[in-house]
Design a protein around this ligand. Sequence first.
Ligand code: PLP
Length: 413
Amino acid sequence: MAHVNENYLKLPGNYLFATIAKKVDEFSKANPDANIIRLGIGDVTRPLAPAIIDAMHKAVDEMGKTETFRGYGPEQGYDFLRNAIIKGDYETRGIELDTDEVFVGDGAKTDVACIQEIFGSDLKFAVADPVYPVYLDSNVMTGHTGSWNVEKGIYDGVVYLPCTAENGFKALPPTEKVDIVYLCNPSNPTGTAMTTAELESWVQAAKENKFIIIYDSAYETYITEPNVPHSIFEIPGAKEIAVELRSYSKCAGFTGTRCSYVIVPKACTGYKADGTPVELNPMWNRRQCTFFNGTPYIIQRAAEAYYSPEGQKQCLADVNYYMENAHIIRNGLTKAGFTVYGATNSPYAWVQTPHGMKSWDFFDLLLEKAHVVTTPGTGFGPHGEGYLRLTAFGSKENTIKAIQRIADLKLFK
Ligand code: PLP
């Protein structure tokens, strides 16, 4: 009799985006003429940059010739990409890394969901609330949490760090003992970003209390303010306590192409039960070598092209396009009377619902009256109640139209 991993059964059945899709589907069936605009799901819409497409074409041709064909690549990624990452994303900011501290992956979702496997079964972790759901769900599935507490809408045994308007939606270091903390900076879903000074206090807390920071900077390219760090390794000493993840999904439109990387500094250690320090780098290397056979060669060449001068220019133009949408959302809704956070260092706007409405009620109202799809804040954690997340990844034309429709509802008049 095959016993299943019962931890999976702790996950509540109604997945956020599936619930949204069902509601939108029902609405559009009942209202076939409604022109629905989606400002909900965080997928990009701009095509891959020409420099990236050229690199992919070239790599495809190489795969078609015996002399240049590539089979299994290194599990950690090809050195051409690992070195381009170090040069393009780190050396430019004064951060030195060794090639073998970089692990190329096939998406930050995979990387961030799997990293918890190298920690002990008694792992105690903290997450921001609201938060990108993968941090939490992956730990639930491994058995690092208690049961789902229906009343509170949280998992027992997890340390939630409330992100509220009062603290600028920036989590503060936990007061109780934890082993790891997931930090997303700039944050999905709130779109807010910690400053260098704020991150410094996190690094200090991690050193003092011996926890490791899993730092997800999937939205790093959207940072516009000079006091927001692009990497946790800009903070002195962070290599001892942090692992950093990045994705090409939002900086280069790779949501359907799939490439990412993890930096596991050799200086970063966990501990054995007897307190002996253990380097995480060889552990993650071992994990990847056993579970993963590398990101496809064609895709790694595509990611390498992101760092070419043309690739940088073209991808930045797309990021700027999305950021213009973010400003349209932020300015348009603020003018209409809403309180809006984020959308300055991030493609996400975190919008307070009017007159204390519940997130799902306001989601329904916008769908029915403005034909605009958003994401209810409660889908990201209990402290998301009273907020909606709007994304800037649509077309400029649709973004303007959607914001105008919401403004026309005159909810504050
Ligand atoms: N991390 C955060 C915070 C995200 O918002 C996302 C995607 O939405 C990911 C990771 C996953 O990125 P990828 O497409 O590389 O799997």
